[in-house]
Design a binder for this molecule. Structure first.
Ligand code: FES
Length: 515
């Protein structure tokens, strides 16, 4: 089996029974904020795109690059489709010209022509990607690989049961706006960022340990930020609170925990993989490349500046009445929302900064009042501050998922009272009838699922499944003092009161029963 690195989360897998191209991403994503690093735009995409199968793991724009898919990927390719609750991924691929779809069943092995076996595990909670994220398992000629991508299954046992895995590709770096966009003192931001960075690595080690593959490939990030406004997010300033460590940092950290089987793929690197061995060749020296990261980024910044400028020029739509349009789009959804609206539980304010930076229009999405209206000098749960043109553009393109556009762009700042509230982001990724109904239904079922099973930590008897996304706490839970931490996403719970210390709601059932 041959694995060719094609940048970020993308790779091409060649086997004797056909080739699979995964998640090709080249054009900037999220309001021209994220670019793939190292740059992959100069690869021979005509050849790489001439494949038998295409796998797009999910709709996040650093995995689903519509312009690139349209231009470079063979429409003869059969799409290996994850089993998602909505048809959006299939619909968008059909619009780009793909006509052949192989609809997989989640967690089922499918045998394709020539004995190529695949399995796609689809994760479908409202907090998984843009309602849906997935991993691809491939087997041919006894060689098995798991492209876990940035999916976060509770564990990897479904894959491990299919036999020893030879190559495991997974995310290790950040892909979120926390804590950088928060209006916090620098020292607090650094401390939160450091915690987050450590947690990302801990989670990665856990997954690696779960699968015990022969070789581990750090993939799916980090992106680079080439706009001057976002340049500081690149991990080139020695900031221990930066959540975007790169592959060379991964290798150094992995070595500290005893990891010796890491393989870095640059765009154009090729790994020849057998059940016994791996041989990897690179287009340039990997260590030297990362040692000169800043210079590579500066060169890219200059080269990509016209692309950013062109994108920015397309965002302004002064004819749009933002308040009126938001009322029209969001109020019917607020009216229908039970779980998400209750979960947010208070008003959320958007401060929209005018083109010249002089004026601010404050708009409130009032979840309890089911209204979108001008800000009325009240206490709000969250406040977001962003450029007016970004919201104009979201309205203009009828964006149904603001996480997959505005929030991931990091082109905003935020403040909040109290804990993180996952429902705020879940709501703003569900700005369409279909998505909102799905999320509401999911929370309904989730809430009603009685967690009958227990697990034990010393003298504590605790519900076995994490109140967040049902991770098995007998594997992911650790207790220090009276606080239980679920290591899958790092959520903390106070055992005596059952209170979730990380997010609003999500109480845990815990009882002191003696050791
Ligand atoms: S499942 Fe997310 S913190 Fe437990």
């Amino acid at each position: 089996m041959r694995i060719t690195g094609t940048g970020h989360a993308s790779m091409r897998i060649d086997t004797g029974a056909g080739s699979i191209l995964c998640d090709p991403w080249v054009n900037p994503a999220y309001f021209a904020s994220w670019f793939p690093f190292p740059d992959n735009s100069q690869l021979d995409w005509e050849t790489l795109g001439d494949v038998d199968y295409l796998y797009v793991s999910h709709l996040h724009r650093d995995h689903f690059d519509a312009a690139h898919l349209k231009r470079f990927i063979s429409k003869k390719a059969t799409v290996l489709l994850p089993e998602y609750p909505t048809s959006q991924l299939e619909d968008e691929l059909r619009e780009l010209g793909f006509t052949s779809f192989f609809k997989t069943k989640s967690n089922e092995v499918h045998e394709l022509d020539g004995g190529l076996k695949i399995m796609i595990q689809a994760l479908i909670s409202p907090t998984d990607g843009p309602i849906g994220d997935s991993s691809l398992w491939v087997e041919h000629d006894g060689v098995r690989v798991l492209n876990q991508n940035d999916a976060r299954p509770t564990d990897l046992s479904t894959f491990a049961e299919l036999g020893h895995v030879h190559a495991h590709m997974l995310q290790f770096s950040g892909a979120i706006w926390y804590p950088m966009v928060y209006e916090l003192p620098t020292s607090a931001k650094t401390a939160f960022g450091k915690q987050k960075r450590d947690r990302q690595f801990d989670r990665t080690w856990r997954y690696i340990d779960d699968l015990k593959a022969d070789h581990v490939f750090p993939i799916a990030g980090p992106p680079c930020f080439l706009d001057d406004e976002l340049w500081q997010f690149n991990d080139i300033f020695g900031d221990e609170g930066n959540i975007f460590p790169d592959q060379s940092v991964f290798m150094a950290e992995y070595a500290k925990v005893g990891g010796t089987n890491g393989v870095v793929l640059l765009p154009g690197s090729v790994s020849e993989l057998t059940t016994e061995s791996i041989e990897t060749t690179h287009p340039t020296d990997v260590d030297e490349f990362f040692a000169n990261k800043k210079a590579h980024l500066e060169e890219m910044r200059e080269r990509k500046a016209p692309i950013i400028a062109a994108e920015k020029a397309s965002w302004r739509h002064p004819e749009i009445d933002v308040l009126g349009e938001l009322k029209k789009r969001i109020e019917p959804l607020l009216e229908e929302s039970i779980y998400l609206a209750k979960g947010v539980g208070g008003p959320v304010r958007f401060d929209l900064v005018s083109y010249d930076g002089d004026a601010i229009e404050s708009i409130v999405v009032d979840f309890p009042g089911k209204q979108v209206r001008p800000y009325a000098d009240e206490k709000v749960r969250y406040r977001f501050r962003t450029q007016r043109e970004l919201v104009e553009h979201l309205i203009f393109i009828d964006e149904g998922d603001w996480v997959n556009s505005l929030f991931l762009s990091c082109r905003f700042s935020a403040a909040r009272i109290g804990q993180y509230n996952e429902f705020v982001y879940a709501f703003f990724k569900c700005l369409s009838e279909e998505r909102l109904q799905y999320a509401e239904g999911w929370y309904d079922e989730h809430e009603k699922a009685v967690e009958a099973e227990d697990t034990h930590f010393g003298e504590w008897t605790v519900q076995r499944r994490c109140p967040h996304l049902k991770a098995d706490l007998s594997r992911f839970g650790i207790v220090e003092g009276n606080v239980l931490t679920c290591q899958l996403h790092g959520w903390k719970f106070d055992l005596p009161s059952g209170r979730c210390l990380t997010s609003v709601g999500h109480k845990i059932r815990a009882e002191k029963t003696g050791s």
